[in-house]
Write a new protein. Structure first.
Length: 298
């Protein structure tokens, strides 16, 4: 299989392999933890990313005349970033519940029912911070997708005549990516808050701290890629006769694809650290029981 754009094809193929391995890990984790676990968001991320990389490979093979494959790649990667933000938020909730028995970010069924019965405003009283977080992210996701697909039907020969559509696309993408970045910053601030004020500790918290810089860089790149020409996939100077230029590929894969892969890998490793910690606790408990029974028999 030959690539019209070698740099784009090689990068897409490498990360297709990496994300396929990640997806297999995520499938295994969800199979053991169940679809109602937080790892379902990480599984969704893997599906979006593998789909995106397949589109990236297709674009590199078919060439620039099949550029809708590139748009599909970019839309699917936006969905992947959305999944990571959701996962990071709920890992914080999980850490609070694990240490404190509850989380003020997320209300249980009993709390929602009590508030509904006590309030005149049945539909708003039971809203939790997690629900609000979701309600803000969903339109942001729609804005990014809408902005990314607005120009799909435009003939590149008439690009200069489509100023209104181009500006509309830029506005939608900017609004969506700005909300993504703000939500990422909120997650990081929440992480710092629960660590400093609530003294929440554990390997999950440390993994979240480790992943935070990568998520932040990814969010900042989402904004910069709209306004900096060398990072903007709607800038015609980023294309040559074969496809994407090497500079654009480097920006995209270093500041977006790699950042997401590292963050997702840190998140999925939480499952294996949980199991390792559980094994150690079980081993220590078994040893304690053995020592206890020995002392009783003596």
């Amino acid at each position: 299989m030959g690539f019209e754009s070698t740099s784009s094809g090689v990068a897409a193929s490498i990360y297709l392999g990496l994300y396929t391995l990640y997806l297999l890990l995520a499938i295994n984790v969800v199979r053991k933890k169940g679809f109602k676990s937080i790892y379902t968001a990480l599984l969704a991320f893997g599906i979006f990313r593998v789909g995106g990389q397949l589109c990236g490979v297709a674009f590199a093979v078919l060439g620039i005349q099949y550029w809708p494959w590139l748009v599909a790649y970019l839309v699917l990667t936006a969905e992947g970033y959305f999944s990571l933000i959701i996962a990071a938020f709920y890992f914080i909730v999980q850490c609070q519940i694990r240490q404190n028995g509850r989380s003020w970010l997320c209300k249980c069924k009993e709390e929602r029912k009590e508030e509904q019965e006590a309030s005149k405003f049945k539909h708003t009283s039971c809203l939790s911070w997690s629900t609000v977080f979701h309600l803000v992210l969903v339109p942001a996701n729609a804005l990014v997708i809408g902005g990314g697909t607005t120009l799909t039907g435009i003939d590149t020969d008439r690009w200069d005549q489509e100023t209104d559509k181009i500006n509309t696309s830029k506005g939608l993408r900017t609004a969506g990516q700005a909300i993504f970045l703000i939500q990422t910053i909120i997650v990081i601030l929440l992480l710092v808050y629960v660590y400093v004020r609530e003294k929440v500790r554990g390997h999950t918290i440390y993994l979240l701290f480790a992943a935070s810089p990568f998520l932040l860089v990814r969010g900042i790149f989402g904004i910069l890629s709209i306004f900096i020409d060398k990072m903007n996939y709607y800038q015609l100077s980023n294309y040559d006769g074969a496809g994407l230029t090497s500079d654009f590929v480097a920006y995209e894969y270093c500041l977006a694809t790699t950042m997401e892969f590292i963050a997702a890998s840190l998140f999925i490793s939480n499952y294996y650290l949980d199991n390792s910690e559980k094994d150690i606790l079980d081993e220590n408990f078994s040893k304690f029981e053995s020592d206890e029974s020995s002392s009783i028999n003596a």
